[in-house]
Write a protein that binds this ligand. Sequence first.
Ligand SMILES: Cc1cc2nc3c(=O)[nH]c(=O)nc-3n(C[C@H](O)[C@H](O)[C@H](O)COP(=O)(O)OP(=O)(O)OC[C@H]3O[C@@H](n4cnc5c(N)ncnc54)[C@H](O)[C@@H]3O)c2cc1C
Length: 453
Amino acid sequence: MITETGTSETVVILGASFAGLFAAAACAGAVRRVIVVERDRLSVQPGPRPGVPQGNQPHVFLHRGMLALEELLPGVGAELESLGAIAIDTGDLAWLAEAGWSDYGLKAFTVLSVTRPLLEDVVRRRVRDLPGIEIRDGVRVVGVHRHGEAPMWKVSLADGSVLEAGLVVDASGRSSRLPIWLKDEGLGDVQISEVDAHVGYATRTYSVPPDAVRPAGVVLQLAPAMLTGGLALPVEGGRWLVTAVGVGDQRPPRDHAGFEQFLEGLTDPAVAEVAEAGEPHGDVHLHRQTGNRRHHYERLRRWPPGLLVVGDALCAFNPVYGQGITVAACQAVVLRDSLRSGASPMVFRRLQRRFARVAALPWAIATGQDLRLLSSEGRQSAAQMLFGAWAGEVGRLAAHGDARATLAMARVYHLMASPVVMFHPALLLASIRTRWRGAGPANPRPPRRHAPA
Ligand SMILES: Cc1cc2nc3c(=O)[nH]c(=O)nc-3n(C[C@H](O)[C@H](O)[C@H](O)COP(=O)(O)OP(=O)(O)OC[C@H]3O[C@@H](n4cnc5c(N)ncnc54)[C@H](O)[C@@H]3O)c2cc1C
């Protein structure tokens, strides 16, 4: 067994996906050495890898996440765009929600659309170049133990080596084994909350000629009365990711014919039309591990100094709301700011609580929506029901051209504002007025294709 002696200024991060890489970026410059341990072999070319089985599925950053990413890695957005990532204003998406079409063309927030492997590759290269960072790939972490004296933690790897560290950050995603390791360390059981709507994803890549599709992308949202939906988004290289989603026994299939049939059966043909306009490549990729799962580390009676948990290992969300990467980036900004201000041992417990708070609003949004779907076990709380009813009312205003309602919803969805903005007096008045006088015409369906030249 080789033990690599560390100091209290050595940080070991478990997992080199987004949460691990963002945490490493947050530590760079503030500590002497950061070792990110990743079980996958990381290729120099962007591509799917076994440790992130969701790699073929579409991944978008919410606007809040893009801002956090720029803070951590300045200029990364421009680099991604130079490599083909597509900047989309969400107002240019054809978006069918429960109450109807969103206001097409109303400018809202910019997001970047890019394949996950390219996004991860760019982030990884940038993080690797930061001072004091080492990414050690192809080796699994098999245990984490406290030991009496500084630097306090020993991290055991599958190749028999042991790393000593003053700070361990678990960013190993949904499959994190930290709850078991902490129990072995005598720290008790971690409480877990789960809400699983049993959402299934199926995605296929298409080459689509430029200008064949008019909207910047298409979203057909799931809802209690719409148990299937879809997504079509352009990514680098003239390709589009076309995704079908469904819940419970309405999850989309893997076979090509079944996939196409599923798209044709959706509430609106907008997603199927993107597929029809293009040429498919490769297989349909399924993903079904999508439940919301939150570990309440902040509730443990004792929290050991020098340990933090971030990203999906702390709180994983139903991906249809596109929150996971954004939450990981926001947690990293909190970590960076805390390290810059000089963290003392007590700060770790406080920090872990702050990470939990970063996840709290997205958790409330995702689970509040999912509990409305019959495929979820569990019931909404009274507060969730009341909020859901009002959000439905704001959605109705938005679907009838109320720009304030559309922007309030977008701000909350992109984690740019608290849900309080949905209770603006002007929206309350608009609700009363339209209930009395009628809501006016619904937003029209966005244009399908560019008119032929
Ligand atoms: C279908 C799908 C679509 C999604 N779409 C979006 C989206 O549009 N927008 C969004 O923001 N989020 C999306 N997400 C969520 C997003 O993928 C995650 O939130 C994001 O990857 C951050 O996760 P993470 O880094 O915490 O964990 P992961 O990405 O799961 O990475 C964990 C890493 O740890 C490594 N690892 C695990 N165990 C060990 C070990 N013992 N030793 C060493 N390494 C280990 C793994 O190999 C992996 O690299 C989606 C998820 C799914 C499933």
